[in-house]
Design a protein around this ligand. Structure first.
Ligand SMILES: [Fe+2]
Length: 238
């Protein structure tokens, strides 16, 4: 019998290689399959739920488990230490699906090219709004803050789109937490307009209007690094 994680992976590949007219029905099917994924489905190692592991000297604050990657889709698991965080980062022209499998996380996300951000950018171009410091414009994004979400393994899948919720930071709450992450197209693949999709990190530079912020690209924060753990779940057959 095909494992549930294998069914999810096949549906992810189908979704992100489908013709545009079938994309949203396939995406809907993918999210409903992902909603049912549990830690047991990926044979999640119980060591990651213990404080002992995370207290080891030199332990990375985040562990990554790569499950699958091809030119269209990546699937993996991120595990955050208690109080750990993925810094605010983008997903250039990508979709992403997040399903918590253990623990609880808070997701703070920003959207791009919304009515509010476009209005600010129009005013800025006309000189009605002055960027607070003289920084290269391409390293500054105008983004609208969404309400933060606290989700756990009983929550539905969180979706990010090329504009909606495209940037986010993810923080574990009340202990370690892990989530399954599907991204498409993968980081490193080529965008038609901007070259390779790179993961960039941001910090809030200033507030431009209610819920609208200027985000400045930064180097990866020094408190953030990852280590890797092998995938030990069911064999995946494509
Ligand atoms: Fe992300």
């Amino acid at each position: 019998m095909t494992s549930h994680i294998n069914i999810v992976l096949k549906q992810a590949i189908t979704t992100f290689t489908s013709k545009p007219e079938f994309f949203y029905s396939n995406l809907h099917h993918l999210t409903s399959l992902l909603d049912k994924i549990t830690a047991e489905d990926v044979n999640f190692h119980p060591q990651f739920t213990t404080e002992r592991l995370w207290n080891k000297p030199g332990k990375a604050p985040v562990t990554c488990i790569d499950i699958y990657e091809d030119s269209n889709v990546t699937m993996g698991i991120f595990i955050l230490k208690p109080g750990g965080q993925l810094p605010l980062h983008n997903h250039p022209e990508m979709h992403g699906l997040i399903k918590v499998i253990t623990g609880k996380v808070k997701i703070t996300s920003y959207s791009l090219n919304t009515e509010k951000t476009m209005e600010i950018d129009r005013k800025s171009l006309k000189g009605e709004f002055v960027t607070p410091v003289n920084l290269p414009r391409k390293r500054i994004l105008t983004a609208e803050l969404n309400s933060s979400e606290v989700i756990d393994s009983s929550s539905k899948t969180c979706l990010l789109e090329p504009n909606i919720k495209n940037l986010h930071e993810i923080q574990s709450i009340d202990g370690p937490a892990a989530f399954l992450d599907i991204l498409a197209p993968p980081y490193g693949s080529i965008t038609p307009s901007n070259g390779p999709r790179l993961c960039s990190y941001y910090s809030v530079l200033s507030q431009a209007a209610p819920n609208v912020y200027r985000l400045q690209e930064i180097k990866s924060p020094s408190w953030y690094w990852t280590d890797a753990f092998p995938y030990t779940g069911p064999e995946l057959v494509i």
